[in-house]
Design a protein. Structure first.
Ligand SMILES: O=C[C@H](O)[C@@H](O)CC(=O)C(=O)O
Ligand SMILES: [Zn+2]
Length: 279
């Protein structure tokens, strides 16, 4: 288990490149045939990469142990999006969910026996997931892309034309904490989330994917007046602390999955940073 402690911005700003990467970058999210997990002390958000090979993968005792529970989702919820090439079959206490590419699955608190497998070995699924502490059960369900209220944002002139899909969001279904979506840049656009913002009330994680080989993202983090960058490549994730901006520019177009946990579930609750204040 990869444990990431929550650190103060004073400490983060004193780190060198390797230190920033050690605390905030998850460089290997997926390992084929395994469940990989990172436990962040920011809002106790977990980042999981679930990539079945032949056979099923489960949420096992090691995961339950890190949550101090009899089983992993005893007091947690989980949301994820399939970024693989084919459908994922998820069985939760006997209930079967088929999650196609670019579809999301929410698993409510209380799901005890959970397994993940490919439906077509020639087109493997890759399930990028987040889990946060939960206080009650909400029904588990699949959310299709068309239900994720696609919202166009930005413009080609500012290199940030993109579409935001809000999959796990109070407007679609109830969750305890997790709000999760997918943002895809249009061809030629490279900037995400600029103008930048913070929301000290919620942490956020960013998972970058569909980043072409030899392309990279410069992910911007830090307090607005003390920014740093992380060089991020395909299928890597970033933990964004509550005090940090989270924005980035790529050397080409890409997509990313964002997820938040914390005090509220209001997507629109952001403190925008005036462009003149960024340093
Ligand atoms: O708090 C919200 C998150 O930072 C993202 O949803 C922003 C984003 O996807 C974008 O601007 O492209
Ligand atoms: Zn944000």
């Amino acid at each position: 288990m990869d444990i990431r402690h929550a650190i103060h911005p004073d400490q983060a700003e004193a780190l060198d490149t390797a230190g920033l990467r050690r605390h905030f970058l998850i460089d290997t999210v997926f390992e084929v045939g395994a469940v990989r997990a990172t436990y962040s002390h920011y809002d106790r958000m977990m980042v999981l990469g679930i990539a079945p090979a032949a056979g099923a993968l489960t949420l096992d005792a090691a995961l339950a142990k890190v949550a101090g529970a009899d089983y992993f989702l005893e007091r947690r919820e989980l949301g994820g999006i399939n970024v693989g090439t084919g459908p994922l079959k998820v069985t939760a206490d006997g209930e079967v969910f088929v999650v196609e590419t670019q579809e999301a699955l929410y698993l409510g608190m209380g799901a005890r026996e959970v397994s993940f497998e490919n439906l077509d070995p020639a087109r493997p699924a890759r399930f990028y997931a987040n889990s946060a502490p939960a206080h009650r059960h909400h029904p588990s369900r699949v959310v299709r892309q068309a239900e994720a209220s696609p919202q166009p944002l930005g413009a080609l002139e500012t290199s940030n034309q993109r579409t935001i899909f809000k999959y796990l969001h109070p407007g679609v279904l109830p969750t305890c904490q997790i709000v999760m979506g997918l943002t895809r840049l249009e061809g030629g656009s490279v900037w995400n989330t600029m103008p930048a913002h913070t929301h000290d009330r919620r942490m956020e994680s960013y998972f970058y994917f569909e980043v072409p080989k030899d392309s990279l993202i410069l992910h911007l983090m830090g307090r607005p007046e003390e920014t740093r960058h992380l060089v991020v490549r395909n299928e890597q994730a970033v933990l964004s602390p509550p005090w940090s901006i989270h924005s980035g520019a790529g050397t080409g177009s890409y997509a990313f999955i964002w997820a938040m946990a914390g005090d509220n579930q209001s997507f629109a609750d952001m403190d925008f940073v005036p462009m003149g204040d960024l340093k």
